[in-house]
Ligand binder design. Structure first.
Ligand code: NAP
Length: 484
């Protein structure tokens, strides 16, 4: 395992533009913090609109040649990038823990998951196909082809600093698109290191640019307005997603939106309760609870609610909290003081309305943005925590009576990303799985992300899908050639 200073010193801190490390045009930089102690890890270049314009020029210039590069060659480059990320697994994992806070074991999990998109889409790059058919009228023939959509802007969040980037970059490159990446201001280091890997893997100059900034709107606004940009792919909050959709609509720009969630975790009376608690721990505590797929609300049939609450409380209480790179730590700090205050406000609101605290419930003063694993029960229906994304280690439990009530309460949200159900009854699992209004449903499983499965939401949780065989379609345009 490298030490903290060595890994930080190995990170390129300039912008990646035209295949090179460059300073920002105006020379500005900004600090990146360790959320475990609030200390500055390093400073990185801060991209402004002039840097965005330079990167888009490079992407537009590189686009035709990259699109014309044989799919097999694009695939080989992606495959090499997967090997290089895995070769630097320790560096990526420690770096992610340092800038984002999650426990090291979780960071290793993300390195493997995030790298896997590079390998998966290397395999998909050579399977982009079309269709041929004679017209039913007998008067012509139809040839359908797929072409790269073109220069793409990818905006990513801080919670999965590697995977949210590779889930966009890999399919875009596989499809033959050039990409500009704007990582979250809190976690630019992992993406900057990935930039080094992509160059080393043979990605040609201009094909990928990486533009950290503290002025997200100032950088991306002019890019979205530029007619040469052909696609916007965003992962982040629903609020920012809506604002970006409004801007994109002015140009009828192709968009993919992976937005917020409010996942219900529904435990039916016939569930294997121990398995449900295992699943609940995974669905709630993965990534410190800072996952869009995180179980936000636990709806438990009243016949088993007390037992489920007791078992979950015991498990949550036993978790060890501390800096993510310390041995044995299972819960790291949250990303920022703002995030900690937001989690705390949701808990206080629920308690003021009558929720019962079983463990946790308040943050302790001290350096680092820690919030203890918390279990609340008897959470009233009007509590904000049932309607808003918590993004922290808090499990809010409510009861229901019977299957229909369980489905109704689960669907009572404007979000529709992930949902989880626990039942031993196969018929019920399929019936409820079909009735739930969400893009993904875990059935007796607490972790659902899979490189080979379509990831995405319905309702206000998003548009389009990432990963799976569906993911590459987001970067392809369909063209119809009418033949005699
Ligand atoms: P966020 O505040 O929406 O930020 C996401 C990204 O958008 C960041 O890079 C951010 O830059 C940028 N951004 C913010 N305002 C912008 C603007 N006006 N114009 C252009 N870009 C802008 O979300 P977050 O707090 O980083 O991430 C948490 C959210 O992401 C949660 O809601 C979570 O559910 C969602 N998420 C969804 C998925 C999914 O697949 N559906 C996956 C992971 C996370 P700055 O960092 O500079 O603010």
């Amino acid at each position: 395992m490298p030490d903290r200073d060595t890994v930080i010193a190995s990170v390129p801190t300039g912008l990646w533009v035209g295949g090179e490390q460059v300073p920002a045009v105006d020379g500005r930089t900004f600090p990146v913090f360790d959320p475990a102690d609030g200390q500055v890890l390093t400073e990185v270049a801060a991209a402004g609109s002039a840097d965005g314009a330079r990167a888009l020029d490079a992407a537009v210039k590189a686009q035709p040649e990259w699109a014309a590069t044989p799919a097999r060659e694009r695939a080989e480059i992606l495959r090499r990038a997967w090997e290089l990320v895995i070769g630097r697994r320790d560096d990526f994992a420690l770096l992610m823990t340092l800038e984002m806070g999650k426990p090291l074991a979780e960071s290793y999990g993300e390195v493997d998951y995030g790298a896997e998109f590079l390998r998966w889409f290397a395999e998909e790059a050579v399977r982009i196909n079309g269709r041929y058919l004679p017209s039913p009228s007998g008067k012509g023939r139809i040839l359908v082809t797929r072409e790269p959509v073109g220069p793409t802007l990818a905006i990513t969040p801080w919670n999965f600093p590697l995977a949210m980037g590779t889930r966009k970059i890999a399919p875009a490159l596989a499809a033959g698109c050039t990409v500009l990446v704007k990582p979250a201001a809190e976690t630019p280091l992992t993406m900057l290191l990935l930039g080094r890997v992509l160059v080393d893997a043979g990605v040609p100059p201009g094909v990928v640019s990486i533009l950290p900034t503290t002025d997200a709107a100032g950088l991306t606004g002019p890019l979205i307005a530029d007619t040469r940009l052909r696609k916007l792919t965003f992962t982040g909050s629903t609020g920012v997603g809506k604002a970006l959709l409004e801007k994109a609509s002015q140009r009828v720009l192709r968009t993919s939106m992976e937005l917020g969630g409010n996942a219900p975790f529904v435990v039916f009376a016939d569930a294997d309760l121990d398995a449900a608690v295992d699943g609940a721990m995974a669905a709630k505590m993965r990534n410190n609870g800072e996952a869009c797929t995180a179980a936000n609300r636990f709806h438990v049939d009243n016949t088993v609610r007390a037992e489920f609450t007791a078992k979950l409380t015991e498990r949550m209480r036993s978790l060890r909290m501390g800096p993510g790179h310390h041995n044995g730590v299972e819960v790291g700090p949250l990303i920022s003081e703002k995030q900690r205050a937001s989690v705390d406000a949701l808990v206080r609101d629920a308690v003021e309305r009558g929720a019962v605290v079983h463990t946790g419930g308040a943050s302790e003063p001290g350096s680092g943005y820690f919030y203890p694993p918390t279990v609340l029960s008897d959470v009233p229906a009007d509590a904000r925590i049932l309607r808003e994304e918590v993004f922290g280690p808090v499990a809010a439990i409510t009861g229901f009576d019977g299957e229909a009530a369980g489905v109704a309460v689960a669907n009572n949200t404007e979000f529709g990303l992930a949902a989880y159900i626990y039942t031993r009854d196969l018929e019920r699992a399929l019936r409820v799985g079909a009735a739930l209004e969400s893009g993904m449903v875990g059935i007796n499983r607490g972790v659902i992300s899979d490189v080979a499965a379509p990831f995405g939401g319905i309702k206000e949780s998003g548009l389009g899908r990432e990963a799976g065989t569906e993911g590459i379609e987001e970067y392809l345009e369909v063209k119809y050639l009418a033949l005699p």
